[in-house]
Design a protein around this ligand. Structure first.
Ligand SMILES: Cc1ncc(COP(=O)(O)O)c(C=O)c1O
Length: 328
């Protein structure tokens, strides 16, 4: 599984650490970044993540998450020293200087790393404008900070390319994947280049069931094989474009349809509408998620190997429920 993952992710990654979940993989990536920076004599605390970003519900993963809804009633737990959040521009030309000013104004000391989802999933299916990931890369390079991409949601074909970062031409220093890798079994993975991966000794970090042994290794390898042999990233791109075109032409005027590949968001004007929409979809046997800062974005994330017939069913069900929710 490690070999297949590093092959898929391209040349710069040689090492993989396996964890039991996405959250644990994120915690590992941040711990590794801190250790690596400390070995270079950099003992600052600042790590930037994105507003609306989602990275899990454990300690550092929750602190990195830029969604207040998951932090209520947890003041001491959800604030980790040095973690700050940057706004994500929604449209237009990315202003690198302005982004740099915001980053420096918010950072409390030496910036160690930036953690970002290339497309923000749980936070409301936000596709940052072209140039945003490149700007993050440049800001990191100028500050000797590490760029960590959380591709737990977007990775392995979900957004129409094997990894979402591929569209930007920007590569991270650390890549984190999870979710579909185990096809339902628990696993997360942190990919690094040699110099990063070798900066800690085995004693520095471990977990009893990390990677969950031979079973998940075999499953993950099969998943990666199917992703490649089945052309699932391309299939996701095609199906996503087809579905988004159909939904855009029929969506009520106050619903925004956006996304990449088969990570599709429908932003409603209010959380009540999103909840009503989800209830009707569920009643018709279609599972959808709800996210976004206001919980007004419905997520459609069908399987990447969805058949043409099921894709049509998803489309017709969504259109029927559009009518129903708007008529209420
Ligand atoms: C982008 C992203 N990062 C991290 C996580 C956390 O992963 P897990 O739920 O496996 O701990 C998720 C889960 O939804 C996610 O979407």
């Amino acid at each position: 599984m490690a070999q297949e993952l590093t092959k898929l992710a391209g040349g710069s990654f040689q090492r993989v650490f396996f964890a039991n979940s996405g959250s644990e993989a994120i915690e590992t990536a941040v711990k590794l970044a801190k250790k690596f920076q400390a070995a270079r004599g950099r003992f600052g605390h600042s790590i930037a993540a994105l507003e609306n970003g989602y990275h899990g519900r454990s300690g550092i993963a929750l602190a990195l998450t830029g969604m207040n809804i998951y932090k209520t009633g947890l003041p001491g737990f959800s604030l980790y020293p040095g973690i700050v959040h940057l706004p994500v521009p929604r449209t237009g030309v990315v202003d690198l200087d302005e982004l740099g000013r915001q980053l420096d104004a918010r950072s409390q000391d030496d910036l160690l790393a930036v953690v970002a989802e290339p497309v923000l999933g749980v936070g409301g299916v936000i596709v940052p404008p072209d140039g945003f990931l490149r700007a993050l890369r440049e800001l990191c390079d100028a500050r000797n900070a590490l760029l960590i991409f959380d591709e737990i949601f977007t990775g392995l074909g979900r957004t129409g390319t094997t990894f979402a970062f591929e569209r930007s031409g920007v590569r991270p220093d650390i890549l984190v994947v999870g979710k579909p890798l185990g096809a339902g079994l628990p696993v997360g993975a942190v990919l690094t280049p040699d110099d990063l991966g070798s900066c800690w000794a085995p004693v520095d970090h471990s977990t009893t069931f990390g990677g969950n042994g031979a079973l998940v290794g075999a499953v993950g390898k099969a998943v990666l094989g199917e992703l490649t042999a089945g052309g699932l990233a391309d299939a996701s791109e095609r199906a996503g474009n087809q579905l988004m075109d159909a939904l855009r032409s029929a969506a009520p005027p106050d619903v925004e349809v956006r996304g990449q590949g088969l990570l599709i968001g429908l932003e409603w004007q209010s959380p009540d509408q999103a909840v009503a929409f989800r209830r009707q979809m569920m009643a018709r046997g279609v599972l959808v998620g709800i996210g976004g800062q206001q919980r007004s974005v419905v997520r459609l994330t069908p399987p990447l190997n969805i058949t043409a017939e099921d894709l049509k069913l998803l489309e017709s069900t969504t259109l029927a429920v559009f009518d129903e929710v708007v008529r209420r």
